[in-house]
Design a binder for this molecule. Sequence first.
Ligand code: NAP
Length: 492
Amino acid sequence: METYTNFIDGQWVPSQSGRFTDNVNPADTREKLGRVPLSTTAEARSAVEAAVRAFPKWRDTPAPVRGAIVAKAARLLEERKEEVARALTLEEGKLLREARGEVQKAVNIVEFLAGESRRLSGETVPSELPSNFAYTVKQPLGVVSLITPWNFPVCIPAWKIAPALVGGNTCLFKPATLTPWTATLLVRIFQDAGLPPGVLNLVIGSGGEVGEEFTTHPAVKAISFTGSNDVGTALYRNGARAMKKVQCEMGGKNPIVILADADLPLAVEATAQGAFGSTGQRCTATARAVVEAAVADRFVELLLERTKRFKVGNGMDPSVDMGPSVDEGQHKTVLSYIDIAKRDGAKLVLGGTRLSDGDLAHGFFTAPTIFDHVERSMRIAREEVFGPVLSVLRVKDFDEAVEVANDVPYGLTSSIYTNDAAKTFKFIDRIETGITHVNSPTMGGEAQLPFGGMKATGVGSREMGRVAMDFFTELKTVYVDYTGRKREGNLY
Ligand code: NAP
């Protein structure tokens, strides 16, 4: 069984902490995948110091040369797609086909952002003075910390590491403790692509220890975090106090709005895939179906029919449609929200139980669960479950649908099913989410487009797309006076 090691200053070094947890397959807890070190604060600090030492040379490496290394990493990731996807399914639990999709998306993102190294341009702007040249230039920040969750353990690190490196920063990467294997494979790819020592450092350990050091060390100039609101809020607050640049992408409670004129079979398929795909553990998962009353009975009937066909099991089995929760803690959270919803008076119409027949007894499986007649004030309608639980909220018309869709603290993604062009554009105007879809599911996102949320979901700036470079660079404004004379008039 592999014991994962840290990658500091270009070397794979075992942690000396003497403390470990097991990396366990959530679909079958009898299968131990590896030993996860709980590295110490001192080990995290040595990674910070390596990143500080590596920075000047990396900063001075021309951006297209940095980009060529990142582009090579994209090619290696593509070559190793199957190996990475299998590790992802085994340690996180998503289906192998979903894992392959995640790795391919990571390839696309890294490839796209490598290209940004040749477009890392500022602006030239006319000066109001004669013989003056005014322009902007994007420069590296320095050492940046990248703190990532377990639910997309390839894609999210990739969409932070690639722009950070292209931007000329040196990186501290702390993956979720639950997904050290994929993190290790990803970092090895960047090493094999030719990154100099110290430019990308990986330390495996707890948020409280490694994460704390990576986010509070004075040498760290910026923190890019994806994860829960509890952790993100604290990081944002502490980062602001220390004048660090902070970007946080956090929870969601994404709505799919289904109007009376919608293509119902299409909307039902999107809802089922959005709610139960990846076990509802996508940040873009569909958590709420907001349905116009006129079609609600028919919608629920079709949705039940479709969802009953979902086969739950081990993601390595190609006939399976939905895998397990990632660990016992997440599984308990899902089951406790099911109890809360029942107590609050939501009508359970499907699932609602742990699945434990045969081999399922060894994993963290829940039946796909649907609550109907959910009221917007109920906790199940407002709080993130991060599991295969869908709430159906019935509304009288379009205006109420938009109001209900917006009536949560979060704002990551949304979707509307309708063929009414005016309502579609009104929805786009009024919906409070960073991403919205028309006649397509709440999930999905392409490498070349920005990704991120509004309200309690996101602060900082968007990830992916060209704008990803904004967070990882500092903008410098330059005035060059080539008159060769003393300037006349006011200097303001
Ligand atoms: P989490 O518990 O907040 O953990 C995220 C990362 O933060 C992990 O690496 C964690 O380390 C680390 N961490 C914990 N405490 C820390 C501290 N005090 N200082 C620094 N780092 C610390 O979130 P999660 O359970 O892994 O992920 C699920 C959440 O992520 C959900 O809320 C989901 O909506 C959100 N998410 C959002 C997006 C988006 O783009 N909006 C995308 C994906 C996921 P440990 O693993 O060691 O605890």
